[in-house]
Design a binder for this molecule. Sequence first.
Ligand SMILES: Cc1cc2nc3c(=O)[nH]c(=O)nc-3n(C[C@H](O)[C@H](O)[C@H](O)COP(=O)(O)OP(=O)(O)OC[C@H]3O[C@@H](n4cnc5c(N)ncnc54)[C@H](O)[C@@H]3O)c2cc1C
Length: 546
Amino acid sequence: MTADTRAATNQAPPLVDHNTVTSDLALVEAVTRHASAEVVEDIAEVGAVAGSAEAREHGRLANRHEPELEPYDRYGNRIDEVRFHPSWHWLMERGVGYGLQAAPWTTDAPHPHVRRAAAFFAWSQTEPGHGCPLSMTYAAIPALRADDALAKEWTPKLAATVYDPGLRQVGAKLGALAGMGMTEKQGGSDVRANHTTATPTSVDGEYTLDGHKWFTSAPMNDVFLVLAQAADGLTCFLLPRVLPDGSRNRLDVVRLKDKLGNRSNASSELEMRGTWAQRLGDEGRGVRTIIEMVAATRLDCVLGSASLMRRALAEASWHVAHRSAFGGLLADKPLMQNVVADLAVESEAATVLGLRLAAAVDRADDPHEAALRRIALPLAKFWVCKRTPMMVAEALECLGGNGFVEDSGMPLLFRESPLNSIWEGSGNVNALDVLRALSREPEALNAWLVEVGRARGEDPRLDRAIESVLESLADTSELEVGARRLAGRMAACLQGALLVQHSPAAVADAFCATRLGTEYGGTLGTLPRGSDLASLVARATPVVES
Ligand SMILES: Cc1cc2nc3c(=O)[nH]c(=O)nc-3n(C[C@H](O)[C@H](O)[C@H](O)COP(=O)(O)OP(=O)(O)OC[C@H]3O[C@@H](n4cnc5c(N)ncnc54)[C@H](O)[C@@H]3O)c2cc1C
């Protein structure tokens, strides 16, 4: 018999028309726990659209056709515009429409931040790049509160669920988007070394800025919070792209970055010469002011990485449920079950921690929640983002060679996977921030202890891990060199405590054995014998509604 070379057999069908909310049990349970079943119902539409073939295709196209800088118009006038593929606008229109930008800060709906976090997590599975302007707009509001008048002017536009692209004066727009400019050529972590200078004009609160920014994403956004040196030190400024009189502010987009991933999104280098800006907060309090924005974007780094993991897991578990080798489905092979089960444990641990942090934002007035956020955000940012590339690489391998090919969507996830660990404080910076919280804010350690203490006595491996953290804290001699080790351990304890209390025993048991106990086998797919692999795989595999 001659082989039919035109037929493609034993290929998994594309994972489309599945609901990224309702088919994700870990997400559904976390949202129900921190908000309600009604919130799950409310955001189910986001999940249905996110998992549709149409959305997947827009995600692919937005990355295939990258944004392009147009510095000049045809006559030679500087315009500094960035042109995006229509698929980018399709994604943005929905992301804004679902209220994934600043809407949670102004809505009366209950549990707005959990609702938004879950929807952001589910929607980002379409394509992660456009999450950047959505996140920055979400994060700008807490910083804007440093100035009542500016908050009053900008908040309604940033929270409006209307996507209204194009450079126009804010009053003439139905909705606006925000970005941030901290990083300069000479340094991003150490922003106190910023060179950009700010000179007051004759009008109170107005300045002109001179200098550059080395990494400012989404330069087509309407307004940026930037840091610059004023007479009394580093200060935060609000810099609109269009001036109140409707003319363009001088903000030269020098070039767009040619990035490893995040290619649908534009990240730019900017220059400012006499650029008009308004002071946000007091002179010399720049870091204090913008740190509110940084904290909110760090939450989105955790959620974005958890979302990448979930998408990767969904693709891997789907593939092995449909692909056969050596006479049987891959999903039935014990060793593949171990790999997918281990991916599922990692994904669920990231999901529950991300949603727990969002719940802390909803309860920001509660001192325990505020203190928990202070320490758990850098912990989670360090740990979850750091583990994402390894996890996504393993998921990619479940698809074999197909996973290395662009059509599968896995290379896009892989290229994106290191980003959240770099942005908004790289791994070391977040680990060091944990030390700062521990040394300066005793209530932060207390909040961590209360939180992990809720699961004490439930699993001896978790109990021992908590003890070992306390022992390492008692020895203050070399804390800095061990900051990553400590942050990772504390984050894993938090995840373990959440899983032990709220997830099926199979998930919690596998997590405690390998992330907290002594059973770690050096790579994913090494869960110990006796782990309930079949139930872990079944829980992770997306269900497609026919
Ligand atoms: C895709 C993308 C988009 C971005 N968008 C924006 C944006 O919109 N706005 C913006 O302002 N920035 C943006 N950034 C910049 C980003 O925030 C910085 O790259 C990041 O903060 C690190 O700064 P840096 O690149 O100057 O590295 P550096 O600060 O030079 O750090 C280099 C390395 O040294 C480590 N390090 C630093 N200090 C210490 C220390 N004390 N001890 C031990 N290790 C240390 C860091 O962890 C890092 O690994 C973006 C970056 C990327 C990749």
